[in-house]
Design a protein around this ligand. Structure first.
Ligand SMILES: O=C(O)CCC(=O)C(=O)O
Ligand SMILES: [Fe+2]
Length: 172
């Protein structure tokens, strides 16, 4: 990753999150801005070793449900092939967090390294027993929540950066 200056407003958000100590005293140096319209999501994935061990997200605009999945291969190994192996995405989905507007999510340890996360491409979410923080969010089982446009600021500390500038376009 090549270091570039963040816009001042985004730097302020990154500094505020860093001041909570979530990056072990380090300052965030990477922000990803994603916009999701209703019906849009992100496939289950791992963020990979670049950002380990902590990822934080400021949630703006609409709520969403962030879903967590067991990875197929690792679960097969750890269970020694015993018992039913979850195969479909639905079976592998074991937990969700309801992300409310203006909330901060801090993902670390197993939730970050062991499981996959994703957002389903739907326009409406139903609160099920898998939504672990429903009570904290005043959501009731069976509630239907219509999504609007959501913007997420995913703020991280990337340990390895190149302190050189990049040139876009042709040098004269
Ligand atoms: O928008 C979000 O909250 C999740 C984004 C995400 O998982 C990613 O960019 O890796
Ligand atoms: Fe991610």
């Amino acid at each position: 990753m090549v270091l570039e200056k963040l816009p001042a407003w985004l730097q302020a958000c990154a500094d505020k999150v860093s001041s909570l100590g979530v990056f072990g005293g380090k300052m965030a140096n990477h922000v990803l801005v994603n916009e999701y319209r209703p019906g849009e999501g992100i496939m289950p994935h791992e963020d990979g070793p670049l950002y380990f061990p902590t990822v934080t997200t400021i949630n703006l605009g609409s709520h969403t449900l962030l879903d967590f999945y067991h990875p197929i291969s690792r679960r097969q190994q750890s269970e020694g092939g015993e018992g039913p192996i979850p195969q479909t995405e639905d079976q592998r989905h074991f937990l969700s967090f309801l992300l409310k507007p203006r909330s901060l999510l801090v993902l670390r340890e197993d939730m970050y390294c062991r499981y996959l996360h994703g957002i389903r491409p739907v326009a409406e979410d139903t609160v099920t027993e898998k939504v672990a923080n429903a009570g904290m969010c005043d959501a009731e089982l069976g509630d239907s929540l219509q999504r609007g446009t959501r913007v997420s600021l995913t703020i991280r500390h990337v340990p390895k950066v190149l302190k050189t500038s990049i040139f876009l376009g042709r040098r004269k």
